[in-house]
Ligand binder design. Structure first.
Ligand SMILES: O=C(O)C[C@H]1C=CC(=O)O1
Length: 96
């Protein structure tokens, strides 16, 4: 199942820089591992903001919840999710 996930990161300005850097490093490792596994299919920065638009390819809603809740930055994110299905005019083979 494909989902569009939008994540906006809101770290408190009072968080010490080294703590923020450590969380971001763990986040990067986690995100890259899910990309290698094919579960996090696309990851795009929303220009001009600390936000991304992502496409997840997961078994079901429960797996999406598990993966997203496991993000090291999860406690400081606003997240919105939209379920996707194949567009009838798409010419891409990997859209479903
Ligand atoms: O930077 C972000 O958009 C937040 C998060 C998503 C992947 C990652 O490495 O960090």
């Amino acid at each position: 199942m494909l989902f569009q996930v939008e994540m906006t990161v809101k770290l408190p300005p009072t968080m010490p820089a080294d703590e923020a850097a450590a969380i971001k490093a763990r986040e990067k490792e986690y995100a890259q591992e899910l990309q290698r596994q094919g579960k996090w299919r696309h990851l795009w920065r929303v220009a001009g903001s600390y936000a991304n638009v992502s496409i997840f390819d997961v078994r079901d809603n429960a797996e999406l919840q598990e993966l997203v809740a496991g993000l090291p930055l999860f406690p400081w994110m606003e997240i919105s999710v939209k379920p996707l299905c194949r567009h009838p005019s798409s010419i891409r083979d990997d859209d479903s």
